[in-house]
Design a protein around this ligand. Structure first.
Ligand code: FE2
Length: 388
């Protein structure tokens, strides 16, 4: 059964939701659709399934599958050129966060003059996004990043070698197609790692600084979905109810984190930059330890409200739990999913810690953490998690 709802992206949810995609294609007269994906999804046959659905509706598809796992500027430049040459008028993105982020920036470059760095959000580049972007229809094949309902994209700039964030409300996809049948091929360890990213979005958003009761409610709902569905999706990859639950959890987690994230994401980003650690796995390695360190070493800085939030999260798993139980509950949840709990597994060496901590301190997520953490605190957290 197909469910359609708007928040504000139009979400098509249900087994076979992919079949409803043509009804969302808008260009008149019908123009070719640029399909942005990666080679893994071509080899897995998912790309051909999506192309068949679009072509059956009488639309031509122009395939662009040269997306790197961490998208680089050459990807978005080539994709925008393909879009213009073929006279496309809208974009379909198929895959995890990488094809979705790439598709968002292709939409910007295809409709605006300028290079990637001109649109760098940290340099005010959002003000240069002034024209409507091509409608983007996102089809996630993992349940984690929630980029299908997000308004930002990350692409590595050629000149700086750094991740550039492009952020604008117009980047938000017009459609998110959540079809659990498209995620059944995701192996257990990637299901667990991407699912932990969704969990970390929700937990950090709920605990983040700031007043956003709507985001809080959605975050709690996302944690409940993850607690219920992720173990089943990992153990029984073909369970469509669990796969659907995790797709919904990922969109809820990403919707909630407009409130903010926190120290876990700030400490996780340098691990991916230096060791290539999978983003979800980096969050999983850190989440229990980061919360435990703050409870142990910054207890005086906890407000009553923050302690109640820890308790409320813990009670999603154990009805009588106390705030102090949350880190151990999350560590057990992680272990039950078969995810590693040792930071050394990511290749982190003790001598790397000062550099990692400096980068975590400069991360835009760090000031959103509910407790103020300095450079030394962040280094101490890395060391504590390394020693665990
Ligand atoms: Fe994340």
């Amino acid at each position: 059964m197909l469910h359609t709802y708007h928040f504000p992206t139009t979400i098509l949810f249900g087994i076979g939701a992919l079949e409803a995609l043509p009804g969302r294609l808008r260009s008149k007269p019908p123009a070719p659709v640029l399909l942005v994906t990666d080679r893994g999804l071509v080899e897995a046959g998912l790309c051909a399934r999506v192309e068949a659905v679009i072509e059956r509706a009488g639309r031509d598809v122009v395939r662009f599958d040269a997306v790197h796992p961490n998208p680089v500027e050459a990807d978005v430049v080539a994709g925008a050129a393909r879009y213009r040459e073929a006279g496309c008028a809208e974009i379909v993105a198929l895959g995890g966060g990488s094809p979705m982020d790439t598709a968002k920036v292709i939409g910007v470059l295809a409709t605006h003059d300028g290079a990637l760095l001109d649109f760098d959000a940290l340099r005010g580049g959002d003000a240069r996004i002034v024209r409507p972007l091509p409608p983007l229809h996102a089809i996630p094949t993992t349940a984690g990043t929630g980029s299908e309902v997000g308004r930002s994209a990350v692409v590595v700039a050629q000149a700086t070698g750094r991740k550039t964030i492009v952020f604008h409300p117009r980047l938000m996809p017009a459609t998110a197609v959540l079809d659990p049948a498209l995620t059944v091929g995701l192996p257990p360890h990637l299901t667990a790692a991407t699912g932990f990213d969704a969990l970390t979005h929700a937990v950090e958003a709920y605990l983040a600084r700031g007043h956003h009761p709507m985001a809080d409610a959605i975050a709690l709902g996302a944690v409940e979905f993850v607690a219920r569905h992720l173990p089943v999706a990992v153990a029984h990859g073909d369970d469509l109810d669990a796969r659907g639950g995790m797709l919904v959890a990922a969109t809820m987690g990403a919707t909630a984190f407009q409130k903010g994230l926190g120290a876990v994401h700030a400490l996780a980003h340098p691990l991916s930059n230096h060791y290539g650690t999978h983003h979800g796995l980096a969050n999983a390695l850190l989440l229990p330890g980061v919360l435990a360190w703050q409870l142990e070493h910054r207890r005086a800085a906890f407000s009553d409200d923050l302690l109640r939030r820890y308790e409320r999260l813990a009670r999603i798993w154990e009805p009588d739990a106390r705030a102090e139980d949350l880190p151990a509950i999350l560590a057990r949840f992680r272990a039950d999913l078969g995810l590693a709990g040792r930071l050394a597994a990511a290749g982190v060496q003790p001598e790397d810690v000062p550099q990692l901590a400096a980068e975590a301190y400069g991360d835009p997520c760090r000031p959103e953490n509910p407790i103020d953490l300095g450079r030394d605190d962040l280094a101490a957290i890395y060391r504590a998690v390394l020693a665990a």
